[in-house]
Design a protein around this ligand. Sequence first.
Ligand code: SF4
Length: 330
Amino acid sequence: MNLLEVKNLNTSFKIGVGTVQAVRGVSFHVKEAESIGIVGESGSGKSVTMLSVMGLLPNYATITADSLLFDGKELTKMTPKELRALHGSDIGMIFQDPMTSLNPLFTVQNQLMEPLRIHQHMNRAQAKARALELLKLVEIPDPEARLKQYPHEFSGGMRQRVMIAIAIACNPKMVIADEPTTALDVTIQAQILDLLNHLKREMNTSIIMITHDLGVIASMCSRILVMYGGIICEEGTAREIFYDARHPYTWGLLNSIPKIHGDPNEKLIPIHGTPPDMLMPPKGCPFAPRCEYCMPVCREYMPPRTVLNETHAVTCHLMHPKAPKVTREV
Ligand code: SF4
């Protein structure tokens, strides 16, 4: 059963020089207890998509959607108060930099207790006991002593564990993790991913992992959405994206990550060029200016979404039966 269903989401921002079209006609779903990854480079629209769903964008954003259905409730019809009640209770969020999300003036205990008191209506003693349980769950050593400390007394990895504990405090149905490991060292990154994987199995929570790094979601997500220029350019199971990708941008992402068993001297191939200016997105395919397979039709018309099977879909003119046959060189 679908926990989240997003249909035809469009988000734009009015700024002094014009309108930034950040998200254009995005549709996807997340099933109960499923983990999906949204991958793309900065400015592709991946974070804005989820902030739009959560209603967490500033006033100068315009969001339209045919439907944003979460757990059977239509989010577009909710008041800001109802949406706030959903955040922290049914939906937890983990951000890239825990230092900007944690309040430096309050102890970790206070920050863990707050959602429990507000959303679960626990008394002080119950909330304190649950806060301790949560720190143990995210494997913070010496949790009794750590509860009384302030965020600056924690390392980056430990702060991220605290953020995860806050996000899962009320047993949410869905957790959105926006670049949760980007600010961390590689070894700490692996520990945080292990922890998220462990919690996913223990708590049966759906996870939406937003990242620019395909490697990060390889071990976590059963399905992947690849975003570019505000659209979903390819979506499929992890196997389809890693072993049978069909979109030139996905090929570019795959070519730019190192292979574990590859030649150590092998050069990684970057994607040349820069992302499109979303104040004036290209008329046709947003990837056209950087695509080595670009055809005249690509510059004129937005490619249609071609469904290859019930999990795999690609938005590229190369999927047209009359397009030249090209495959990824590995
Ligand atoms: Fe490249 Fe054309 Fe496909 Fe866009 S539609 S990715 S420009 S081949």
